[in-house]
Design a protein around this ligand. Sequence first.
Ligand code: FMN
Length: 197
Amino acid sequence: LILESLVTTLDEDGAVNLAPMGPIVDDDDLDLRRFTLRPFQTTTTYRNLKANRQGVLHVTDDVLLIARAAIGRLDMASLPMRAAAVVHGLVLRDCCRYHEFRVLDLDDRDPRTTIVAETVASGRERDFFGFNRAKHAVLEAAILATRIGLIPIEQIRAELERLAIPVGKTAGRREREAFELLVAFVEESPTAEEPRG
Ligand SMILES: Cc1cc2nc3c(=O)[nH]c(=O)nc-3n(C[C@H](O)[C@H](O)[C@H](O)COP(=O)(O)O)c2cc1C
């Protein structure tokens, strides 16, 4: 089972990085005592975890934050964060729950790495909103936006058109803003300038 999350890590100079990541979790381990991150070697998250072997995983329903983090449109300085209790890392104040973790095992023989982590401290900030079709659509759109260059641009455009339907029907202000941001990002990407056939 994949749990779409937000991971903060620090680089060797202590600069924070925030990235959406989908770790594999056991569905009978909802406290996430152990989970497996799968960052590509191209990500900052991978480089930071290899260097520091610790971080913080957050569960959130804030898809605007996920969308902004996915496409690097976040002003990290204005994001409320506090020092983690146990690991050398930072906790997002606005999340549903968080898990401070340490790396138990890191296998980077493949481009997509396998990093087994264990929670060493965790906390709860607020309830999860619940199911909302627009939130899920934005999540899908954010994943598509991070796959530009890997998936044909025509396929990305077609999927965004389909996802616009639940957004139109069920979104609130943040979901609408997130979706518009992602659509604009896809359209502005160099690959999107290919002829539309
Ligand atoms: C919901 C969601 C889940 C994602 N899961 C992963 C993942 O498991 N592994 C990965 O390498 N990238 C994943 N991505 C893409 C990364 O977030 C994206 O490549 C990001 O730019 C990496 O950031 P970083 O270089 O700051 O670590 C995911 C994106 C989204 C929106």
